[in-house]
Write a protein that binds this ligand. Structure first.
Ligand SMILES: Cc1ncc(COP(=O)(O)O)c(C=O)c1O
Length: 357
């Protein structure tokens, strides 16, 4: 029996999408084979792949001076590919807001000089640095930030204003609400939260930035090679691409990003409101920077953590353990998690609290 899965990633996939894939698993359309067994060069597969890409373009309203690439290597490979392609012996500016931006900085530092334009490490990443405190370089290659820190539950709800081309890791927030893509030179996201199964990484790159990229790198590390090959430089993760296409179609059928944003806002609001009035649980993040996707909460008596996790598991609420570096609990409530799941979580938390007054 399927239960409510609050995993941070790989995360829940809409049940409708899983059921459709199940129905098509043995034979896709009248092709005589599973989608997993089909050549990525076949006309059937190419039309499916193009439709998925077009649906993503429609959902995010991506202007036509952007390339939309479907790559592999996870968001983590982007931590290296970005400086490899774009640093060009210039300094690169980074915002340090949590675990993932730290990892991006560590990787970039192996390739280029990095300036940390602002950091919230001193307050243990419980807020994001404010724009007034940015110390940007004069001639940076780009400005990188993580729009939603999945582990700390910190979000920058508006893109920062940067002097250099803005690059955002949107792994855990992409497709959760409308965004103005034209404010960014590049957006990237690993698929396994709001897009589909692991194995696919979406990169949306402004042509103007792409034109500055290095062309002397190994082909697999070069964005322009991937763009020229329609993201099929080698065999792409065909099943993950197919599943992501289904998620895009599902989102469109719900009414697109405005519709899902409304649902997401209500989900996050109900959970934060409950946590804030509770005597047992608290969320340490400053209110302006609270993520709507990943909601950490700490029990004011950590001796109860094990019992909480066991009892929530028994109640059909899975994967609520916080990241080991932060402790406590975390509920990831991506697009595929409905309000019913959040309501079930709150009821459980209430009951648990009433037993431990
Ligand atoms: C914000 C963010 N960036 C990067 C990553 C790394 O993604 P991947 O495992 O796809 O390399 C994650 C994974 O959870 C993430 O949450």
């Amino acid at each position: 029996m399927r239960k409510w899965n609050f995993s941070a990633g790989p995360a829940a996939i809409p049940e409708e999408v899983l059921s459709e894939a199940q129905a098509e698993l043995l034979e896709w359309k009248d092709s005589g084979m599973s989608i997993m067994e089909m050549s990525h060069r076949s006309s059937e597969y190419k039309s499916l792949a193009n439709k998925a890409r077009q649906d993503l373009i429609d959902l995010l309203n991506i202007p036509n001076n952007y390339q939309v690439l479907f790559l592999q290597g996870g968001a983590t490979l982007q931590f290296s590919m970005i400086p490899m392609n774009f640093a060009d012996q210039k300094i690169a500016d980074y915002l340090l807001t949590g675990t993932w931006s730290k990892k991006a900085i560590n990787e970039a530092s192996k390739i280029t000089a990095v300036n940390i334009a602002a950091s919230s490490e001193a307050c243990n990443f419980t807020e994001a640095p404010s724009q007034e405190n940015f110390d940007e370089s004069e001639d940076a290659a780009y400005f990188h930030y993580v729009a939603n820190e999945t582990i700390q539950g910190i979000a920058l709800h508006q893109p920062p204003k940067s002097k250099s081309p803005l690059i955002a890791d949107m792994s855990s927030v992409v497709l959760s609400e409308p965004i103005d893509v034209s404010k960014f030179s590049m957006i990237y996201a690993g698929a396994q939260k709001n897009i589909g199964p692991a194995g696919l990484t979406v990169c949306i790159i402004k042509q103007e930035l792409l034109d500055t990229a290095h062309t002397d790198l190994p082909a697999m590390l070069q964005y322009s090679e991937h763009a020229n090959a329609d993201s099929m430089l080698n065999t792409p993760p065909t099943f993950a691409w197919y599943m992501s296409g289904k998620v895009f179609a599902w989102l469109k059928s719900l009414g697109g990003l405005e519709a899902i944003a409304k649902i997401n806002n209500t989900k996050a609001k109900t959970l934060y409101e409950y946590i804030d009035q509770s005597d047992l649980y608290f969320n340490p993040v400053s209110k302006d920077n609270r993520s709507k996707m990943n909601i950490p909460f700490i029990l004011n008596n950590s001796d109860l953590d094990v019992e909480f996790l066991q009892a929530s598991y028994n109640a059909g609420l899975l994967n609520l353990k916080g990241h080991r570096s932060v402790g406590g609990m975390r509920a990831s409530i991506y697009n595929a998690i409905p309000q019913d799941a959040v309501d079930a979580l709150i009821s459980f938390m209430e009951e648990f609290e009433s037993k431990h007054r």
